[in-house]
Design a protein. Structure first.
Length: 256
């Protein structure tokens, strides 16, 4: 009998030991930080007139030696891509910018860039024909190609103006150059060195746009004799300006 009582007491003590509260709550473990899946590039365009910063609605001297004031420089950028160190083209599809230089709207953030090393960047002033004449109502109101925000949209038939350059000469004559047409899209490819990683996923770069290069190289454009407006996508005015504009961009550099 005594043995049975001792056995019962022993079992009870074991039970109490098993039910003893633990030393405290489980420690909180922070979840592992998940880095970005892709990188981004903020590209800012610096607008110059030769070696000087561009000024608007103030007198400047053009390569023709004419004095003029520029009140508007607006254009569309698109068709961005990068060339990686394997010489493969990485397309950055459906990314566009409406540049309104006179308003200070001079940058675009390119997203969904795979991590890697890149040796060149390419882009266009203007659009391909399908995008140019596509349905603009497909875009959200904050999209660069939405006609609600993009005053360069002419309409479904004519598409978009690719570059709008407006102002007046010293004698008060207005000039209005609206350059458009898929055949007048200008493609650029510039050498660079961009390295993106999960630890360095947000990059910044600058490129220079020289307004002088609209009016020179290969030919000097003189507003008083060549014309103060463009009348069609194939007019001599349009053709001469577009040919010159092949050199407007230079000095692409990574700043961060």
């Amino acid at each position: 009998m005594k043995k049975n009582i001792l056995m019962i007491l022993g079992l009870v003590m074991i039970g109490f030991a098993a039910c003893k509260p633990d030393d405290g709550p489980e420690p909180h473990v922070e979840p592992e930080s998940v880095g970005p899946a892709n990188s981004s590039l903020i590209l800012t365009i610096g607008h110059n007139i030769g070696a000087n910063d561009m000024v608007y609605n103030e007198n400047i001297t053009l390569p023709s030696s004419e004095s003029a004031q520029v009140s508007r420089l607006s254009y569309i950028l698109g068709h961005f891509y990068l060339i990686n160190d394997n010489n493969e083209k990485v397309l950055l599809n459906d990314q566009y910018a409406l540049i309104d230089a006179q308003k200070g709207n001079e940058s675009i953030t390119l997203t969904d860039i795979p991590f890697g090393r890149y040796t060149s960047i390419g882009f266009s002033i203007g659009l391909d024909s399908a995008t140019n004449h596509g349905n603009p109502n497909q875009y959200s109101t904050d999209h660069p190609l939405s006609p609600i925000n993009n005053s360069l949209h002419w309409g479904w038939l004519n598409g978009y103006i690719f570059t709008a350059l407006e102002g007046k000469t010293a004698d008060g004559e207005s000039f209005v150059f609206h350059l458009a047409g898929a055949q007048n899209r200008l493609d650029f490819e510039m050498t660079t060195s961009i390295i993106t990683t999960a630890a360095d996923a947000s990059k910044e770069a600058m490129v220079t746009y020289d307004i002088n290069e609209i009016f020179q190289n290969p030919e000097i454009y003189t507003i008083s004799t060549d014309g103060a407006s463009s009348h069609s996508t194939s007019s001599p005015v349009t053709v001469k300006l577009i040919r010159n504009m092949a050199g407007v961009f230079s000095d692409f550099r990574v700043i961060k």
